[in-house]
Design a protein around this ligand. Sequence first.
Ligand code: PRP
Ligand code: URA
Length: 208
Amino acid sequence: MSSVRVVEHPVLQEALARLRDKATKPAEFRRLMADAGLILGLAALEKLKTAPGRVDTPLKSAKAERIAQPVALVAILRAGLGLLPKLTELLPDAAAGHIGLYRNEETLNPIRYYVRLPKRLPDTKTLLFDPMLATGGSAAEAIRILKTDGAREITLVSLLATKAGVKRVQREHPAVAIVTAAVDPVLNKHGYIVPGLGDAGDRIFGTL
Ligand code: PRP
Ligand code: URA
């Protein structure tokens, strides 16, 4: 079954508190979301394959541990984009992918409108970003799309999850690890996470 890791780092939990705050405006919200994405993404990459090497310092040759596995950073549009700016700066060689999904407001089922993925997914560590894991429908569909393209090592990076969303991903994709900052108790009848932080896409892009 998928492992679920709740990252309890105080800097992440402070960012989450400010993201939940309804007084936080879009510019600050975007900055905090990017901070959270960096911390969560690094946690998801802790087991990235490395290989021993050597580098020449100005003084002497030194042992070094180098990244030895390609990384793909895939965002579920729109809100997944908000988690990525700082992580892509830190990992300039990582390939980027985009999966466009939106939820039908009545059925809450994900509707696919765009897919563009890197080519080398089979041997790549693939991180899938979406800040909100609510019913789990969007994440489960995006993981299906990644698997169809050959991705084998997938970690779902979310900021806020629900028990129901986690269970759904675990049921449909038992080998996919989940990294998150918190698991909230419930969804309301519109499929929003409660207490949650509201509509992540609208708060990132100022479309409220
Ligand atoms: C939000 C969110 C997730 C999805 C989560 O996207 O960013 O993708 O809902 O809900 P689920 O777990 O029930 O599928 P939304 O459909 O609002 O699209 P947007 O990011 O374009 O605003
Ligand atoms: N999508 C959001 O943006 N927020 C929620 O609470 C649920 C889905």
